[in-house]
Design a protein around this ligand. Structure first.
Ligand code: NOJ
Length: 744
């Protein structure tokens, strides 16, 4: 013990005497834990660099490189963490190598992309975001963590909280859409669900907020492409969800592949030290994304990989994912003096702290219980919750009365390439999820009690992505005998996700032609769209009697959709991202600026297209219900407020239709005059409420001056005095408003 204390004492004295200001900044956010400091004092340089090294196993690949020999690295203490490694059997075998064959017996950390479920697959995150139901989202994150932890994992590379306004970007499926406020609330809910309050029961995972930062804004929506935006845009729109996740306790952060302001994120001191550590006081560890450290050579900011490692470590990267630069090449920086042992110890400390928090030093096998694994994974309770979350994620985009399926319907044709498809339903990033465990739409419809008295026929009609129309005739013959057609069309799951950007975001192949042909029969067509991104749905809207946006709903997709079709569940989802009318409108999002020449259909000299409207087909926040809701004008307990006072905004919402249902009441703010231009609307609150048929409720929001704040001309975060319009309604198009005034 004495030795440990003396090490700490002398380390502290030495660092005070010899350190530059920069090194003192490093000290500010580290803690000294005698156990960890003692361990660090015993480690060789190679062992330290090993703790800073993360490799994928050869189990599966989520990037361009696989590197053999990781078992030997574990033995030599040259690799402290592994990903793409799961199941109790597999992780236990590797952990045993670390615990029985390595010199210091430091337990391994096992990570994996558990993004929307481990084996029980929940809707893709963009779909879940459409639920606007934070409790449901938190619960689903908890179940995915619980199943992942039962499978021997410690760490998930989630939540992905990148804001994006570009549906061409394939990874739009993985986040919460276009809005900063909604994205921040969802980021917090996901972190709460993943990490919980403690790791005592070994049923939670370490969260990893990604991809820091601004990965969702590549030029042209092309994955990995350059990002360039003002610091104002970065701080106001893109950073808040990462910050929200960190404030909610997220213990790790992943860098992004893109550059910001000319510097790749994995080498950006501005992002990783100035903002993350110094402004936000982040106290966990930072891991690069897959070989993004090495990619700084291709970015052209360093000449070789050793320099890439030096830049990354100086910037604040603690762990190198798959690059092997920290393991093999960074020592050069110690010789040149560009990095110090202090930098290395700082990172090792950050990593060991997390291993300790997980309880791995007390019991490296706490997450390795095969009985628990068997009992937890895909247990019936998880499936029930997955069905509920899936129902909540569906958005009703159009309904001319075709839904819920009327009692008089006796014959239904279920058609389309996704009608009886199971493999796509998981979406990508579905961890250990398997198509064979998914309930297809056809299976869901057939097993629903309401279908007992209905004759169900099924015809595929065409493939997802081909120009073959030979199945159309059979589909049309079947349609002739049906009262209603349920048509499931959309993308292949691999058409979204990482490295899956698209310039044309249309329904592929001849699927729309199939819809047109079926619709021409005069039979009502209910189109269910399955996809990982907003698509151009103008034709679908025109030719369908009803349209449901069903994303990739996961294991319980078919059951959830049947619940909606037959009216057991009244759809309540609202779009978390705008659906453009045409790719030429992108980026199209609700919280745009007014400009000096706002849209005016009667004047030439205004901001518009000659050949397209400015507005998207479906706006952010939009989604119908089987019932209807009316809103009173918003009221305020005071229309003038000052200092730190708050305002209570209230609105009466009434269910005026024929079904019980849920409504997402949305509050938007517009600052009429600011020292810098402000968006025409910004979401600042929402409530999801349930109203029985005929029922009314008063919904109240508390607005504080902080809700009206922004970065002024000098980049100070302020609430400026002046007038604000407060809108409350059912989507971002609402004009239902009240004006309030704020003074200092
Ligand atoms: C690359 C992806 O960008 C990231 O999100 C993921 O976590 C890693 N690969 C690991 O699979």
């Amino acid at each position: 013990m004495n030795r440990i204390f003396s090490v700490i004492f002398w380390a502290t004295i030495l660092s005070i005497l010899s350190c530059s200001t920069k090194t003192r900044v490093i000290q500010k956010y580290t803690t000294t834990d005698p156990f960890i400091e003692g361990l660090i004092s015993k480690m060789t340089l190679d062992e330290k660099l090993g703790q800073m090294t993360l490799f994928t196993t050869d189990w599966e690949s989520t990037g361009p490189t696989i590197r053999g020999g990781y078992e030997d690295d574990i033995r030599k203490g040259r690799c402290g963490a592994l990903f793409n490694s799961h199941t109790v059997a597999f992780t236990t075998r590797l952990q045993k190598i670390a615990m029985e064959e390595s010199r210091l017996k430091i337990p391994l950390l096992f990570g994996y992309d558990v993004i929307h479920g481990y084996k029980t697959v929940f809707p893709i995150p963009l779909g879940e975001a459409a639920s606007w139901d934070l409790d449901a989202i938190e619960k689903s994150a908890y179940i995915m963590a619980k199943e992942g932890a039962a499978a021997g994992l410690h760490w998930t590379f989630a939540p992905m909280v990148d804001i994006t306004r570009d549906p061409r970007w394939g990874r739009v499926m993985e986040g919460a859409g276009e809005d900063t406020y909604l994205g921040s609330e969802i980021a917090k809910a996901r972190v709460r669900g993943i990490q919980g309050n403690s790791f005592d029961k070994a049923d939670r995972l370490i969260a990893c907020v990604k991809h820091f930062a601004a990965y969702g804004a590549p030029f042209g929506g092309r994955d990995y492409n350059t990002v360039d935006m003002s610091e104002r845009m970065l701080r106001e729109v893109f950073l808040p969800p990462y910050k929200a996740a960190i404030d909610a306790g997220a213990l790790t952060v992943m860098t992004s592949f893109n550059e910001y302001d000319g510097v790749p994120a994995s080498g950006s001191k501005f992002l990783l030290t100035d903002i993350l550590r110094n402004e936000w006081k982040f106290d966990g560890f930072v891991v690069t994304d897959y070989t993004s450290m090495n990619e700084m050579v291709a970015h052209g900011v360093v000449a070789d990989e050793a320099d890439a490692g030096i830049l990354a470590l100086q910037a604040g990267v603690d762990m190198d994912m798959q690059g092997a630069i920290y393991q093999e090449k960074i020592k050069k920086g110690l010789k040149t003096g560009e990095i110090t042992m202090e930098h290395i110890d700082r990172s090792v400390r950050n990593i060991l702290k997390i291993k300790k928090k997980l309880g791995l030093f007390e019991d490296p096998y706490r997450f390795s219980n095969p009985d628990r694994e068997r009992q937890t994974i895909m247990n019936p309770e998880h499936l029930t919750i997955a069905r509920d979350v899936a129902r909540k994620s569906v958005v009703l985009l159009k309904n001319n009365g075709a839904l819920p399926i009327p009692a008089k319907v006796r014959k239904i044709l279920v058609a389309g390439p996704l009608a009886d498809d199971k493999d796509n339903l998981t979406g990508v990033w579905s961890a250990s999820g398997e198509g064979r465990h998914c309930v297809s739409l056809l299976e869901g419809i057939k097993s629903h009690p309401a279908s007992g008295a209905i004759e169900i026929t099924h015809v595929k009609g065409c493939d997802i992505d081909s120009d073959n129309k030979s199945g159309f005739d059979e589909a049309l013959r079947a349609a002739a005998g049906a009262d209603l057609i349920v048509l499931a069309i959309g993308e292949h799951k691999d058409m979204s996700g990482e490295a899956a950007s698209k310039a044309m975001i249309r329904i592929p192949g001849v699927q729309e032609a199939l819809l047109e042909a079926l619709s021409a029969t005069g039979k009502p067509v209910v189109t269910i769209v399955m996809n990982g991104r907003p698509l151009v749905l103008s034709k679908v809207h025109e030719k369908s009697a009803a349209v449901l946006e069903a994303w990739w709903l996961g294991t319980q997709a078919g059951n959830a959709l049947a619940d909606i079709l037959f009216g057991d569940y009244n759809p309540s989802g609202k779009l978390p991202i705008s659906f453009p009318m045409h790719e030429g409108q992108i980026p199209v999002f609700y919280s745009h600026k007014n400009t000096g020449r706002p849209f005016d259909p009667n004047s030439k000299w205004n901001t518009k297209y000659l050949d397209l409207p400015n507005d998207p087909l479906y706006a952010f926040g939009y989604g119908l219900s089987y019932t209807t809701f009316s809103y009173s004008l918003p009221g305020a307990d005071r229309t003038d407020f000052s200092g730190s006072q708050s305002v209570s905004i209230s609105v009466d919402v009434k269910n005026t239709g024929n079904y019980d249902g849920e409504e997402v009441v949305q509050l938007y703010v517009r600052d009429l005059v600011g020292s810098v231009t402000r968006p025409v609307k910004e979401l600042k609150g929402f409530r999801k409420i349930f109203l029985k048929k005929g029922e009314s409720k008063t919904v109240r929001f508390t607005l504080t001056p902080a809700d009206l704040a922004f970065y002024d001309r000098n980049m100070h975060w302020v609430t400026e005095p002046g007038e604000f319009d407060i809108f409350v309604g059912s989507d971002s198009n609402t004009q239902n408003k009240i004006r309030i005034r704020y003074s200092k």
